[in-house]
Ligand binder design. Sequence first.
Ligand SMILES: [Mn+2]
Length: 171
Amino acid sequence: MKKFLVISDTHRNTMRARRLIEHYQGEINGVWHLGDLSSDMASLSAAYYPRYPHLAFAGINGNCDYDPTVPEERLFRIEDCKVFMTHGHRYMIRYSTDFLAEAAREKGANIVLYGHSHIPLVKEEGGLLILNPGSLSEPRGGSPYSYAILTIDGFRASAKLYDYSTEFPGF
Ligand SMILES: [Mn+2]
């Protein structure tokens, strides 16, 4: 079984992400950032990978990112699950997750992770786990500062969304 901290859309404010990494580092296998800004992910991995080398840091470019060394999307396997990671802005996610889900299925993924909307969402559709951790800096639509913990156990995957302010009152 593996667990990952999934965050997105920190938009130059990594204060809450730093607190999360410090808090969860003992129980997770990696930290995944879904874009905007990919430079935030670079600074987080530069700060924490030397201290916590057991953590796999993975990020992608968002629509505000132009780092040629960072991929637009990632598709990879964890245990028996196939993970498709994208910022989501190319899949009309403001209207529905249908295009995103279709793209994930075409790639053979059973987990799709996206951000961009700054609105957290988790749902399962026909064996596909769809997860948006929301934003740790600029939540929208009345949603809280949020993040997710993704658990992968063989071919099974589940995700839990957390309200940062409830988990870390005063921070
Ligand atoms: Mn975005």
